[in-house]
Ligand binder design. Structure first.
Ligand code: NAD
Length: 408
């Protein structure tokens, strides 16, 4: 089918590339000229294992193209995916301004029947709003069918998750539109769950919030384990062996970051407050997550007797998790800010992120002639770190299973 994807970020680009790889004719539209210029040359603007190869393969097959021209992108599209950002607004709600702009663009440009698929994570009822907006703009008797198809990929495993994910959720009000969207994914080994549109929107938020709860839960258990001289990793293994609980997302550390969990927990908590159905567990999760990075920093400053001025701190890992270059809401940014505010010099190394002024070129540079080392992201490069004479604060429990704040 002829598909247009609006937004070539982590989700839109992966969606476009995977759909082209399945044989569809895909046009990727973005407002960012620089991204589109890179993509036209077969260069991926984001780091995602295997993605660049797949972009080039499908450029050669002439199944994918990139443009900033709306007219060109929409003129023959049968299905349009919206995959623009939905960041956090000041009040905590999802900021829908990019989605609104994308919808306006569709309304002003599309002159034929089309299925609009919402891939962006959006508050419950957004699909209804899109439907009303498009229908009120339509010039003659054009039909728009709005389908929710939330994305569950993990950055760093985006292709793996697209081809072998746990589920594809398709929320549609019209069965034929849901069937068409489902057929787009034929060829993927992923079970499909069909729901109505609002349920699909809620599944995404409820899932992300639940995973965040799991992380904050094990982090608080870890803090207690540390006080009681208990190895939390053994506890996590013991808990995780229970199939009702599961081992994944029971990895203690300095808390979650990234472009999804922080904003999605805030957005669903906001919805709970707005509709007088408070999500107290999610509210606590958000607080516990913030506290976790503060606690880590307090351990560091306490070790230096409250004085960081004149100290040099090596930071290992900047991305919010391994295998991505994404820095959004990364705990590393909070730590750098705090360390510098207290007068420390920071030497940071990350295998992929290289553009911050604190970046140095090698693990050695970040770990030699420093007063302490903070392990912030569990890249595999750091797992076998062999350093004897410098204090390491292991924020991810990868070096010494005994504890996050182990003194080496
Ligand atoms: P992103 O910020 O990486 O990419 C968004 C892209 O949309 C940018 O390239 C931007 O230039 C473009 N854009 C904005 N407005 C546009 C417009 N009017 N026309 C064309 N392009 C436009 O965002 P992302 O991380 O890919 O996230 C997109 C959505 O998917 C969000 O709602 C997010 O919550 C959700 N999501 C993200 C992930 C993830 O791991 N990143 C996973 C699941 C769901």
């Amino acid at each position: 089918m002829k598909i247009t994807v609006i937004g070539t970020g982590y989700v839109g680009l992966v969606t476009g590339v995977v759909l082209s790889d399945l044989g569809h004719q895909v046009t990727c539209l973005d407002i960012d000229k620089q991204k589109i210029n890179l993509l036209k040359q077969g260069i991926s603007p984001i780091y995602e294992p295997g993605l660049e190869e797949l972009i080039n393969k499908n450029i050669q097959r002439q199944l994918i193209s990139f443009t900033i021209d709306k007219q060109e992108a929409f003129s023959t599209a049968e299905v349009i995916f919206i995959a623009v950002g939905t960041p956090q607004s000041e009040q905590g709600a999802a900021d829908l301004s990019y989605v609104e702009q994308a919808v306006k663009d569709i309304a002003s440009t599309v002159d034929h029947d089309v299925i609009v698929v919402m891939k962006s994570t959006v508050p419950i009822g957004t699909g209804d709003w899109v439907e009303n907006t498009l229908h009120s703009h339509k010039s003659s008797n054009i039909n728009f069918y709005i389908v929710s198809n939330p994305e569950f990929l993990r950055e760093g495993f985006a292709l793996q998750d697209s081809y072998n994910g746990d589920r594809i959720v398709i929320g549609a009000q019209e069965e034929h539109a849901g069937n068409t969207v489902q057929a787009l994914f034929n060829g993927l080994k992923v079970p499909v769950i069909r729901t109505n549109r609002r349920s699909a929107e809620m599944i995404k938020y409820a899932s992300n919030a639940f995973l965040a709860v799991k992380i904050s839960y094990i982090n608080e258990i870890a803090n207690l384990c540390e006080k009681l001289d208990v190895n939390v990793l053994e506890v996590a293994d013991g808990m995780g062996a229970d199939r009702r609980i599961g081992r994944s997302f029971l990895n203690p550390g300095i808390g979650y970051g990234g472009s999804c969990f922080p904003k999605d927990t805030e957005a669903i908590a906001y919805l709970g407050r707005e509709h007088n159905a408070p999500l107290t567990i999610v509210e606590s999760t958000i607080k516990a997550n913030q506290r976790q990075r503060e606690l880590f920093f307090e351990k560091v400053i306490d070790y230096f007797g409250g004085v960081l001025k004149g100290k040099t701190i090596g930071l290992l890992g900047l991305a919010f998790k391994p295998n991505t270059d994404d820095l959004r809401e990364a705990p590393s940014l909070y730590l750098i800010e705090q360390l510098k505010r207290h007068g420390a010099t920071v030497k940071a190394y990350d295998p992929i992120v290289k553009h911050l002024e604190e970046c140095v070129d090698s693990i050695e540079e970040a770990t030699q002639a420093v007063d302490a080392i903070l392990l912030v992201t569990e890249w595999k490069e750091f797992v076998n770190l062999d350093i004897e004479d410098t204090k390491i604060f292991d924020g991810r429990y990868v070096l010494k299973p005994q504890g996050m704040y182990s003194i080496l």
